[in-house]
Design a protein. Sequence first.
Lengths: 433, 399
Amino acid sequence: MMSRPDGSFDEKRLNQNGDPGGHQSVSTSAHNAAVGPETRLLSAFRKDTHHRKVCLAGREYYSKEGKTFELRLVGKIKQQLSADPTLRPEYAPSLGLIDFTRRATEAALGKSSCAIVENRVLGVQTPGFTAAVRLGAELLKHWHDVSAAWCGPVYLSTPCDDSLAGIFQAAGIQDIREYYFWDDRQRGVCLEKLLEDLERAPQQSVVVLSVSGHYPTGADLSQNQWAVITQLIMRRRLFPFLLLPVQALCYGELERDAWPVQYCASQGMELLCAQSFSHCFGLYGEAVGHLLCVLKQSSLRLSLQSRAERIVQSLWAQPSVGGAQVVATVLSNPAHRVEWQLEVMHMVERCMLIRHILRERLRLLGTPGSWEHLTQQRGLYCCAGLNGQQVEFLSNRRHVYLLPGGCLNISAINGHNLDYVTESIHLVLTTLL
Amino acid sequence: MMSRPDGSFDEKRLNQNGDPGGHQSVSTSAHNAAVGPETRLLSAFRKDTHHRKVCLAGREYYSKEGKTFELRLVGKIKQQLSADPTLRPEYAPSLGLIDFTRRATEAALGKSSCAIVENRVLGVQTPGFTAAVRLGAELLKHWHDVSAAWCGPVYLSTPCDDSLAGIFQAAGIQDILSGHYPTGADLSQNQWAVITQLIMRRRLFPFLLLPVQALCYGELERDAWPVQYCASQGMELLCAQSFSHCFGLYGEAVGHLLCVLKQSSLRLSLQSRAERIVQSLWAQPSVGGAQVVATVLSNPAHRVEWQLEVMHMVERCMLIRHILRERLRLLGTPGSWEHLTQQRGLYCCAGLNGQQVEFLSNRRHVYLLPGGCLNISAINGHNLDYVTESIHLVLTTLL
């Protein structure tokens, strides 16, 4: 996960597998057509030579210097672990490091959760968030019926991470549908339309819900909205698959960010939850993903574990444990935990500050539109409510790259680009396109 | 990949996901029935309380103390990398670190391979060897026909890694068949020539496995001679590699899938498909281990130092093979043991049947791999006598 800097904003991700002989392969249009919009976007940013270009489309948390960074405590722990002579290189268990899955499970459900006490919970460490979703999809195929393969439907929010559909489909679950989520006019979640869509979902449909820090809009459901939605889910016998790719960066606390998971579990629901500790530990791409499974009865746990092991055996055999050990070491030690919490809180507060400054700047410029949602919502991502044309204008004419749907990564805004970004947003919203 | 020692021989692999409240789940027979023979074996070994118990069924290379260990150079490189202030945590590209895939590709094909020069090669870093095989299986589904899904047959050797069939089947390739194959043996160069002739004539597709590269001859490229040979015949092929053993980087995402195509024009669409598949599996691999491998293999001085450590492992394996053969000869153990020293590498087959393997585990507490094979490196000064006596006993006892 450590790479030599090519520049900031994850430009390394764009290095497609070049000719091992030393020449970069030339990308053809056929090649580009096959990759997702996010990859095309980052590729275009990398090729852009404009001196003021700004990328607001990356996924990681960026420092005020515009770079990813290693948390101080993480660096310390890594050094301790590498200097420890009693530690030897070993394969992890197939379901991952027990210390990690224990802490990850507690981070989602809370230590004293009934589900944990009643042994109705299974936690699996995975090589990242995507792998956790994939494992969940594979488990869902035979969740209700061991013999028949369930193949959907799965409901995804609009908008959502554009790789999600592909993960379910690759697992053989072809029927992917959408439920209304982000409303441009309201600059937030439109609950009525969301409920309408879910009301029509057939029984056993899986509903993919963001727990906190919704990607890419940043719009999260309120506690009241969660109460209403879970009522519907239980009444219509739907299955919740909760996503927590950026745990802790909304409120600076693992358990607080995961409140919806605790709430669903307290209602006696079964659920899946895909988590990642990559952002709150600065451990990008280091196999600190986790799939949490909450069952209705503890008697089902062992067969679920069996199935999970069999699936893992056919996918990656076992996860790597370097990152998981850091996470487990920090979360098991109260002193470390306090120190880590401070670094995380700093990231959260910086995001809130940028949101306030952004809202204030746009207000002072007199930029049309409502910007209250910037500070009402929390976390890494937010939606600027721009349409496709406006997003294209921003990238082509202003060299400011947003996520598809007009969303952006708050942490990517800093002292160097704040003025240019706010002027650009103002410009695109006051220019007739 | 670093774990606190529970004991040697990978006992950590047996720690099923215990109750997060702190209690270990009790394994039921229903649970056990679902896991492979290797896991059951390791599980039985762990529960065995006999003071002389010996596990010869692990996968890693064990030192003479019976433990896995970090290569000295690897420890050094890891410290250098972690102390480097210019390195920042970042997601890798979806197909992995380019420096790693370049070196891994060269390690299999040789630097001056035509296939590389002609741009007919794609290398993908994967989260381990299993993941490389899975990615290969997924790519095979549409290798010849983008629209129709190919579903087999796949021919596996007997015996083989018992997880292979499951990997292909999980990818939707149901038709898995076993070919009869000399057990525990590597093919000679002559045998490779004959087999590749047949493969080309019958239009079969070779999927080559290299899970323990460099531990046969102590050199990456030499161990991979068959891959170079197939490529030199103009064949298309897949090759799953792992650098875990020769770098002591167990479970650290240093797997690699090498694809050799017949024409360079096919390369970009293959890369596209690989990226799409990776996007639905793990998104990107972790790069810590891959950086160590790339750093070592790109630096001539590092490479020499690394080579010495690897050669030491190889020579120790050869020595154990000789000693084992000699001991069995001295004991007058029935059977032919020439193959022990004619073959190389980490694993060998003792030619025991199921009953005999069970006798060894139940009565002598000596655990072998299914099929009566064993991990040579797991034999050391502490258990050599007991192991050779046990083998002698089981082959001279009427069961």
